[in-house]
Design a protein around this ligand. Structure first.
Ligand code: HEC
Ligand code: HEC
Ligand code: HEC
Ligand code: HEC
Ligand code: HEC
Ligand code: HEC
Ligand code: HEC
Length: 366
């Protein structure tokens, strides 16, 4: 057993001591599990709280391993008709298959790559090519229907009806946003990727930190994301959730793009690039489940929209300026100012992050 003194490793260890324990210190863990000396060190060994929350967080499940998908297991038989084609997804004994037929010919493929924890789209392989399934599963309506973005496709062949062929570039980016382990410049091998986002997908350098930390060296901590301002965090989350620049550069307009939160938030008058009170992290902890409780967000809005504190009103400039309060209501701010918007197709809704005064009958603002 290595002789490690966790408490002398760093002063901030003390503040983190509730959240983790060091298995390398035999017997110091109070998880109730007997830890053998050979237990492999993982992030969860030390960051117990973060790892426990993250295990059930959406981004951990941005892809599900084949056979372990709760949605398909709960819906062992799904069917849809689109044009002259019939689709069927069957799941039994931890295996799912995707079938499309035009009544004469039939293609059946195994489902190996399942994208999304709510709505689900499948990446399929046929004759060495990758395809995005033309139909997706929408749990909200409990239905199989056309995949977002594919509404205008009129398939000319059974293969086209099965799915939209992905270019190498596009399949790389799919897996790069939904899985861990895509290496730039290397051939894409989906079998070698870890489904969902591992800790190191966001915390670059964490593997080295883990190796060093388990030898009681803290010289190689991953860069702190907490210090980033709201503009930098929007760019960080926007690698996948799409940045304002990406959306504007591509001339993406209309409600289909309401799902790109960094872009919508950047459009809002509330967004101040160097004010952390409007950073993604002010409202969301990426390690935790998304809160659907409207009242949860009130304090985030009121951090800015409040009567000025007498002290900060006189000191100049005030440390954290206050902005106008609401003349209409004192709670559930997001229910009026961050409306839900239906995606074209109607099976999915997103929250408009362009925080604003919403006037009845007014069109969706781009
Ligand atoms: C052997 C224990 C140990 C292991 C294993 C470990 N960490 Fe840490 N980690 C620490 C300690 C201790 C700190 C805090 C050091 C400090 O604050 O001075 C820390 C800090 C961090 C930070 C904070 C950086 C900052 O300043 O905001 C991140 C992020 C992090 N670890 C991620 C990870 C990830 C991801 C893994 C798994 C790949 C991992 N750690 C594995 C002990 C560990
Ligand atoms: C640039 C990063 C990026 C790329 C590329 C990407 N996605 Fe996503 N995807 C996201 C993000 C972020 C979300 C969550 C928010 C949203 O729905 O926009 C998401 C959501 C989804 C969802 C819905 C998840 C849910 O829980 O409702 C599905 C299904 C999905 N993506 C499939 C795919 C497929 C298939 C591809 C490739 C053809 C792909 N994505 C490419 C980032 C990406
Ligand atoms: C590597 C790509 C990636 C990065 C970086 C990323 N996300 Fe995500 N995020 C996703 C994908 C993919 C999903 C869809 C997961 C799902 O629901 O299937 C998602 C889902 C989410 C959800 C849950 C959506 C829901 O409907 O439950 C939240 C909240 C979220 N991300 C916030 C953030 C924040 C905040 C950041 C920045 C700190 C961030 N994400 C960075 C890829 C990413
Ligand atoms: C989607 C991106 C993302 C993923 C995946 C992710 N983190 Fe983080 N992590 C962040 C961001 C952003 C911060 C800064 C948030 C803050 O401190 O408010 C952070 C902060 C931390 C910190 C320092 C602050 C704290 O809360 O103690 C630790 C430690 C940490 N992460 C560990 C992990 C571990 C362990 C995993 C995997 C189980 C993980 N993270 C997965 C984005 C991510
Ligand atoms: C001022 C608070 C606030 C900020 C800042 C904020 N969000 Fe949200 N976000 C919300 C609310 C409220 C919801 C809806 C929660 C619910 O009812 O499901 C939400 C939902 C989401 C979802 C789920 C899909 C959707 O659109 O409904 C994702 C993903 C997300 N936010 C990502 C982000 C990212 C990335 C950023 C930074 C660019 C960000 N959010 C900044 C309040 C905020
Ligand atoms: C970083 C501080 C900050 C945060 C956090 C913030 N806002 Fe704002 N908000 C502003 C600023 C700055 C303006 C524009 C100047 C003004 O009106 O005082 C503004 C303007 C507004 C407006 C008027 C916009 C218009 O269309 O004229 C509304 C409504 C609003 N905010 C609601 C909210 C709600 C609801 C939340 C929480 C979900 C929120 N704000 C969070 C800073 C913030
Ligand atoms: C019932 C819907 C509703 C709720 C809930 C609500 N607001 Fe408003 N808010 C409005 C309307 C409508 C206006 C526009 C009033 C006008 O100009 O006629 C408004 C205006 C505002 C403005 C602009 C004020 C100005 O003078 O320009 C801000 C800022 C604001 N709200 C913030 C908030 C915050 C913060 C909360 C939560 C504490 C909140 N709102 C809750 C409906 C609502």
């Amino acid at each position: 057993m290595r002789s490690v003194n966790a408490r002398s490793a760093s002063s901030s260890l003390v503040s983190l001591s509730v959240a983790f324990c060091l298995v390398v210190l035999a017997g110091s863990c109070d998880t109730g599990q007997a830890q053998s000396a050979a237990a492999p060190v993982t992030c969860a060994t030390c960051h117990v709280g973060v790892a426990a929350h993250y295990a059930v967080a959406p981004m951990r499940h941005a892809m599900e391993p084949a056979g372990a998908d709760p949605q398909l297991t709960a819906h062992p038989e799904l069917r849809a008709n689109v044009g002259k084609y019939s689709y069927r997804i069957q799941t039994s004994d931890g295996r799912s298959t995707y079938t499309v037929t035009d009544g004469v010919n039939t293609v059946t493929l195994p489902i190996r790559w399942i994208f999304g924890q709510h709505s689900q789209t499948f990446v399929l392989e046929k004759d060495g090519h990758l395809y995005e399934s033309l139909v997706s599963f929408y749990p909200r309506d409990n239905t199989l229907a056309v995949t977002p973005g594919d509404e205008r496709i009129v398939p000319a062949t059974l293969t086209q009806a099965m799915g939209r062929e992905l270019s190498l570039w596009e399949s790389r980016s799919c897996f790069n946003c939904h899985a861990t382990g895509v290496v730039p410049g290397h051939q894409l091998d989906p079998e070698k990727l870890a489904p969902g986002l591992d800790c190191q997908r966001c915390h670059a350098g964490a593997q080295q930190h883990m190796a060093d930390a388990s030898r009681n060296s803290f010289a190689t901590l991953p860069p702190s994301l907490r210090r980033l301002d709201s503009e930098e965090i929007s760019a960080f989350c926007g690698q996948c959730h799409r940045t304002w620049d990406t959306v504007v550069r591509n001339h993406w307009k209309g409600p289909a793009f309401v799902r790109f939160q960094p872009y919508r938030l950047g459009n809002s008058k509330c967004f101040i690039g160097n004010d952390k009170r409007i950073s993604c992290l002010a409202c969301h902890d990426p390690h935790q489940q998304l809160s659907h409780d409207q009242a949860y967000y009130d304090s985030k809005c009121l951090a800015c929209h409040r009567a000025p504190h007498p002290a900060s009103a006189t000191s100049s400039p005030p440390a954290s300026p206050a902005y106008k309060p609401c003349p209409v209501a004192k709670s559930n701010c997001v229910s009026c100012h961050m409306p839900k918007v239906d995606l074209p197709g109607g099976h999915q809704q997103f929250t408009d992050h362009q925080i604003r005064i919403v006037r009845p009958g007014e069109p969706y603002p781009d």
